[in-house]
Write a protein that binds this ligand. Structure first.
Ligand SMILES: [Zn+2]
Length: 600
């Protein structure tokens, strides 16, 4: 724990003093600067000492505790604005754009957090200060302090937290979503990492999953990242797409991105109507100078300095962009939200949402690659294909909404954590819906405590009776793109993927074992207990006697009694295609108490 009242420990070196107006502000050396960038990433205590010292010297920055890690370290949010603000309520309706910077999610990837210390200092004391008149900057200096302390990728629970954006099982990402993103609704959301290809100083990517809003993606790619690259070149560096290039057996050079599942931050962000960016800092053993025309070596002892500088330039440009083009930025975000609402609410436009996609070459461009057969350090500029476009290969019509039976109460808190609006029927409804039958269920890949589940499904149209207490998720809401991805069972990142529907889909034992018997399913569900949320929802709707596992069994029985239906197992997420009058009320989060479930 770092005491709120800072005591000078000597770790911090106050290099020189600047009087700024009447604030009696003092210039502070950031932690990495004070060590001349010789010891790599700053560890938790000196980092937080700097944060609290900076906060104590300026009124333009406030620090809020967001959560506490398993090892007892605070994860904090720094709020920077002029005039100072404490909450989103302080930004009026015509308010400033909000830029959220999140550092260090992979504990061993550190240049971004050190860069952000210098950036915050320059925003409150330096030449960047005027930007705070026009933009709110939110910075999480480290979202993974436990991992960072031992230079480990994961948090203390072993989660790769940049794969946790669907299931929110780490308290850090859960808190980031529910206590920062759902509260502040940032326009830009950056995650900083170490990766990418030398000789570039910074590599970057914004969302490319075709399920995202096209204009958001175009804006991030074309308007913002082009500026970031120009800013890097202006300081005699260069930047390029994440992740890297290679020559194929045919000699053709291609540059490829990372995969685009929404479990990753920059993809999630864009599906959730922010412009998400991934910044990756390569090794910086070389750099590109002279406006992209020449590569020179960087001495080992200077590499971290350049890594930090690359992140600084990239993060500063996001803040500058938001300050200078805040109206455009907010308009683009606002229109994306309105488009999502309109597309979902319109039940006759037949608009298509992607279920599967593939990566294609977007354009040819020059980039630096290691010279073929050359010495280490020899680079050549080659013309190659840059694969930064993904196009749908299979789509389905966006439904007007999704019905779910009361037994799916277990997943409602997950939806609500993602700020998805859910209704609950107060009277039964008989409606025609599209139903999925899973014909093939596999979960061969084990990842982060889950057997990632994939289904191949066929659709059928049925008239189904939904009892009072059933759930309905309208797609005419701003998170439409994200919620469709989450509820369509055949995407590569949905509720089925992360085993939320295992109690309804007959579970094959891992590695090709026999399917589990229903008795075993009941035992598994029983052992897990009826979750609090199920009980709470049950109490609210008067279906208290309906226990979870008995309902699971009933669903299975009903399915078996219908030989005329497609073979396979019914997936209890039903697509309602046409506008229908339904009697229901919006669900208030049944687990409000749960928001602090990770804080003891
Ligand atoms: Zn990383």
């Amino acid at each position: 724990m770092v005491p709120r009242i800072f005591k000078v420990t000597g770790i911090l070196c106050i290099a020189f003093v600047l009087a700024v107006g009447s604030l009696n502000a003092q210039w502070l050396e950031a932690p990495a600067e004070s060590r001349s960038y010789q010891q790599g990433g700053t560890l938790y205590e000196p980092l937080m000492e700097f944060v609290y010292e900076l906060e104590s010297r300026t009124e333009l920055m406030n620090v809020q505790k967001v959560t506490e890690t398993l090892m007892g370290r605070d994860v904090v949010l720094c709020i920077l604005s002029n005039p100072p603000i404490f909450s989103p309520a302080d930004i009026d309706k015509t308010g400033k754009p909000v830029v959220l910077l999140v550092q260090n999610v992979h504990g061993s990837e550190v240049a971004g957090k050190d860069a952000s210390m210098e950036l915050m200092r320059d925003l409150v004391f330096g030449d960047l200060r005027p930007l705070l008149d026009k933009v709110v900057v939110l910075n999480v200096p480290t979202i993974n302090p436990d991992g960072a302390e031992v230079r480990r990728r994961t948090n203390e629970q072993g989660f790769d937290m940049n794969r946790d954006y669907i299931k929110l099982e780490s308290q850090e990402i859960y808190s980031l979503i529910t206590k920062i993103i759902n509260i502040w609704h940032p326009d830009i959301h950056l995650d900083s990492h170490h990766g990418g290809a030398v000789p570039y100083t910074l590599t970057f990517q914004t969302n490319m999953n075709p399920a995202g809003d096209k204009e958001l993606m175009r804006f991030g790619n074309e308007e913002i990242l082009s500026r970031v690259r120009a800013a890097l070149r202006a300081e005699d560096y260069d930047g390029f797409w994440y992740s890297g290039g290679r020559r194929g057996a045919d000699g053709v050079a291609t540059w490829t991105p990372t995969s685009v599942e929404p479990r990753k931050q920059h993809v999630y962000s864009t599906l959730a109507n922010m412009i998400g960016f991934l910044y990756e800092t390569p090794g910086n053993s070389y750099r590109v100078i002279n406006n992209g025309t020449e590569v020179v070596e960087i001495p080992r002892e200077e590499r971290y300095k350049h890594q930090v500088r690359g992140q600084y330039i990239g993060q500063r440009e996001l803040v500058k962009f938001a300050a200078e083009r805040g109206d455009d930025l907010k308009r683009v975000i606002g229109e994306a939200k309105m488009r999502a609402i309109e597309l979902g609410n319109n039940d006759s436009d037949n608009d298509q949402i992607p279920i599967e996609y593939e990566r294609v070459s977007k354009f040819e461009e020059d980039f630096w690659l290691r010279k073929e057969g050359g010495e280490p350090g020899e680079y050549e500029l080659v013309r190659g294909e840059v694969h930064t476009l993904f196009v749908p290969t299979r789509t389905t019509t966006r439904p007007w909404g999704y019905h779910m039976p009361p037994q799916l109460a277990e997943v409602i808190p997950v939806l609500m954590d993602h700020e998805i609006t859910v209704k609950q029927l107060t009277e039964p409804a008989e409606v025609e819906v599209e139903v999925y039958y899973a014909q093939d269920i596999t979960h061969d890949e084990y990842f982060q405590g889950h057997y990632l589940t994939r289904v191949t499904a066929v659709k059928d149209t049925q008239t189904v009776q939904f009892p009072a207490g059933s759930f309905f998720v309208p797609t005419g809401q701003q998170k439409s793109n994200f919620l469709c991805y989450l509820l369509e069972p055949e995407t590569n990142d949905n509720l089925v993927t992360w085993e939320y529907l295992n109690d309804f889909l007959s579970i094959r034992a891992p590695r090709g074992g026999e399917p589990r018997e229903m008795g075993e399913l009941v035992r598994v569900v029983g052992a897990r207990g009826v979750r609090d949320t199920t009980l709470l929802v049950g109490v609210r709707t008067g279906v208290r006697d309906t226990t979870f596992f008995i309902q699971a069994r009933r669903i299975a029985e009903v399915t078996q009694e219908r030989p005329q239906r497609p073979s396979g197992q019914l997936i209890p997420i039903y697509r309602l295609m046409k506008k229908t009058n339904l009697k229901g009320v919006l669900v208030q989060s049944p687990n409000e108490y749960d928001k602090n479930r990770y804080i003891k």
